[in-house]
Every structure is written in structure tokens, then in C-alpha cells.
Design a protein around this ligand. Structure first.
Ligand code: LLP
Length: 421
């Protein structure tokens, strides 16, 4: 469920009409619904209410500081994977004790920065990283709470580019080696193993891979406790999928996911951390765009819109589906006809949809790409020297630009021509 609905024949974000935003901000533009973001965060919070827990929003999904402030003020922790994301979370007012630092290639500089400024735990992804962190922490005279991200060798049954829990993926430490690694942590200065971490992939539409992974984590936790480690937290990652196509069956909901967690690890008495990103932000955002031209090609129609692959790369990168809807509500029973929805970027990959059944649309009409709240604005670039797309946050009948479109001068001012040219 989200808060992008037709009212009086016009698509709204909560109580704000999208044409009003387009008129003020221009297109393309991302528009987020605060009510949807909060609702999704609370679904996870409620799903884990049976025990101590912290929902750490995966900042990578949508990292605007206003979104982080909204979720942080509601009590969310944050899962960050870079110094940049850490700085965003702190700028949004989230305290270090609610920030988990994940990521497979943390540099020494990044680790030092979070240790100096406060962090809840660091999730280790390799033995060299573990030793580097031990050195840094020992030099600083601090003891840092760590978990080890284990690779459980479970097939997440998702797109190959976003599966992370198979042995062939670059992530984590093979679960079979985990006991040796925890033994080394116990012997190293500056590190205190507080938990186990796992994340098997993103856009999972089936709970079974989670169940398999969490069962392995439970077994490991018991073994580690037998070895004398005080495992008190489990970070169970993110990954729960969202319905990108309205017409398709919906994936499991957070309550069902929370129940799987309770069944598999609930008896261990651990504090549960999860790192959802997509389910919180995905359907809380749309990309608002305007049709530039309708072009009749050879046997097919092209709807050329002012958003492009640089603004929303998921269709080009993963073959991902985003529902596309007109902002002006089409009359009930209107005839749909197929069109290729494409952007203005100079490559054929700049295609959002092929032969998509759509109501009549023409130059000047507004459309919305649904499910564009997660991995959308954050993955935008300035390819073809198209300015970074602005972001707008709506709450009730209030709305604000939370990232403005850069000016042409701003786009050029980071570059310089060497004086030897
Ligand atoms: N935790 C870790 C360690 C992760 O790597 C990720 C996502 C998450 C949590 C959040 O997973 P979520 O709940 O959002 O599924 N750009 C791709 C998705 C990449 C996901 C990367 N890691 C896409 O557009 O589909």
C-alpha cells in the first residue's frame, strides 16, 4: 500500500497533486511520500515487537538526509556502507549508537572516522579487514563491537546482480570458517565480537531462503556460544522484496518475515537487527516525468519522455519493471495500446519498457514511474550531462524540495581546464 492515488482524476502524492509539483519544480523529479516511508518502517518494527530489536534502514536505498531524518526521528537505526552514508545519517541527527557499518571494502580512513564519531557495530566482511580494524582500534585505545558477516551459501532466488549469499559471491566469510575467525577476534586487541551478521540478497519474493540462512545462523550462534563467545545480537540483513507490478502476486509482508525470524532465531535471546531498504523506500517514491513526443516508428510507437536511464537506471541495469501510469486518470475501460517508453539518452539501452500497454498519451502529458523510491535517485548520474534529478518530500498537504536540481554553472564548477592546455 502507498499514498499515490488518483483524486478528482489527478494522481496525488498524499494530499498534493503531482501537476502542482511538476509546475513548481519541473520534470523529471522524484516525489516521496512521508506517510508511506513511516508506515513501512513501522511494519518492520511491529513485526519484531516480540523481542528486543532495532530496524536499521539501509541508507543505500534512498539516502536523502530528509528521508533519514524522518526515519531516524521515528526511531530507526541506520545501516551504512560508506563514510558518505555515515555522514548523511549523522547529519540527519541519528546517533552513532544506532548506526551499523556494513560493506565489503571499508578503508582504514572510513573505519577511523566512524570510531572517532561513534558507531553501534562494525560488520566485518574479511579477515584482512578484521586485522586492519584491530590495529586501528588498538592504536586509538578503543574496543569496537563487531559482528562477522557470514556467507551461508544459500540461493536467494533473485536477480543474479543482487544475490549475495552464495559461495561464489564476494560477500562475507564462508560460514564453515566462522568459528576460526571468531577465535582470532577473541585473541586480537580492540575487537569485541557481539553478534553474527548475514545478508543474502535483495528483492527476495520468497521467505524460504531467509529461513535457510537464519537456521544456519542459529546453529552457528549455538556453536560460537559453546566456544565461549558472548553472542548477543543477530544482524539478519535486508532483502524483503516489493511488488513492482500491481498485477502480480504480492511478495510476503514484514509480519510474515518477522514470524520466520522468530521461529528460526527467537529462542536464542539475542537482540535482532534487520537492514531493510527497498521495502521501506521502494513504493514510497515515484519518478514524475513528462512526455516529450509520441513518435510512430516502424510497427511500433515510442513514447519519448524527459526522464532517462541516468535518472532511473534499474530497467537498463537489471531489466527491472516499473509500472508507468498517467498522472491524469484515464477514463474507466479506456483502450490500451502498446508503446515503448524511452528516454532521450543516446543509447538503445535507455528504454524503460517495451510494448507496454498504455492509455493514450501525447507530448506534454505527465506520467509517473511507480516503485521508484529505492535504488532510483541514489543511482542517478549526470550521463549525457543531464542535471541530477531533484527530489521532493510530501507529508500530508505539505511538500518541499529536499534536493534541488543543480544549475548549469554548478554542473561545470567542479571541473577545471589545466593551465597547460
Ligand atoms: N544490507 C546489506 C548489507 C545490503 O547489501 C543491502 C542491499 C541491504 C541491507 C538492503 O537490502 P534491501 O532491503 O534494500 O533489499 N540496486 C539494486 C539493489 C542492490 C541492493 C544492494 N544491497 C536494485 O536496484 O535492485
Amino acid at each position: 500500500m502507498d499514498h499515490f492515488l488518483y483524486r478528482d482524476g489527478v494522481l496525488h502524492a498524499e494530499d498534493v497533486s503531482l501537476p502542482a509539483i511538476a509546475a513548481a519544480v519541473g520534470t523529471p523529479a522524484y516525489v516521496y511520500s512521508a506517510a508511506t516511508l513511516l508506515r513501512h518502517y513501522r511494519l518492520f518494527d511491529d513485526a519484531l515487537a516480540w523481542g528486543p530489536h532495532l530496524v536499521c534502514y539501509a541508507v543505500k536505498a534512498a539516502s536523502n538526509v530528509a528521508i533519514l531524518k524522518l526515519l531516524g526521528d521515528a526511531g530507526a537505526g541506520m545501516d551504512v556502507v560508506s563514510e558518505g552514508e555515515y555522514r548523511r545519517a549523522r547529519a540527519a541527527g541519528v546517533p552513532g549508537e544506532r548506526i551499523v557499518f556494513s560493506g565489503i571494502g571499508k578503508t582504514e580512513g572510513e573505519m577511523r572516522h566512524v570510531l572517532e564519531n561513534g558507531v553501534r557495530q562494525i560488520n566485518l566482511e574479511s579477515e584482512p579487514e578484521m586485522r586492519a580494524l584491530s590495529r586501528i582500534a588498538a592504536t586509538m585505545g578503543v574496543e569496537v563491537p563487531v559482528t562477522v558477516r557470514v556467507n551461508p551459501d544459500v540461493d536467494a532466488r533473485t536477480h543474479e546482480k543482487i544475490a549475495t549469499g552464495k559461495a561464489e559471491n564476494k560477500f562475507g566469510i564462508p560460514i564453515a570458517r566462522a568459528r576460526d575467525v571468531y577465535a582470532e577476534i577473541a585473541a586480537l586487541p580492540g575487537l569485541r565480537a557481539v553478534g553474527v551478521d548475514v545478508h543474502i540478497g535483495s528483492q527476495l519474493t520468497d521467505l524460504d531462503p531467509f529461513r535457510q540462512a537464519y537456521r544456519k545462523v542459529a546453529d552457528l550462534t549455538r556453536a560460537l556460544r559453546d566456544d565461549g563467545h558472548a553472542i548477543e545480537r543477530l544482524d539478519l540483513g535486508g532483502g524483503l522484496g516489493i511488488p513492482y507490478e500491481r498485477s502480480n502476486l504480492a511478495p510476503p509482508v514484514p509480519a510474515e518475515y518477522g514470524e520466520v525470524i522468530r521461529q528460526e532465531v527467537g529462542d536464542l535471546g539475542c537482540e535482532i537487527e534487520i537492514e531493510p531498504g527497498r521495502l521501506i523506500a521502494g513504493n514510497a517514491g515515484i519518478l514524475l516525468s513528462r512526455v516529450i513526443y509520441l513518435k510512430h516508428g516502424e510497427g511500433r510507437d515510442f513514447l519519448i519522455v524527459d526522464a532517462a536511464m541516468n535518472d532511473l537506471i534499474r530497467p537498463a541495469m537489471y531489466g527491472a519493471h516499473h509500472d508507468i501510469v498517467p498522472v491524469a486518470e484515464p477514463p474507466a475501460g479506456v483502450d490500451l495500446s502498446p508503446a515503448d517508453v524511452v528516454g532521450p539518452v543516446c543509447e538503445s539501452g535507455d528504454t524503460f519498457a517495451k510494448a507496454r500497454p498504455l492509455p493514450p498519451l501525447d507530448g506534454g502529458d505527465l506520467i509517473a514511474f511507480r516503485g521508484a523510491g529505492a535504488y532510483a535517485a541514489v543511482m542517478a548520474s549526470e550521463y549525457n550531462s543531464r542535471p541530477l534529478v531533484p527530489e521532493v518530500l510530501v507529508q500530508g498537504d505539505e511538500w518541499s524540495v529536499i534536493r534541488r536540481r543543480p544549475t548549469w554553472d554548478e554542473m561545470l564548477e567542479r571541473e577545471s581546464i589545466p593551465d597547460w592546455l
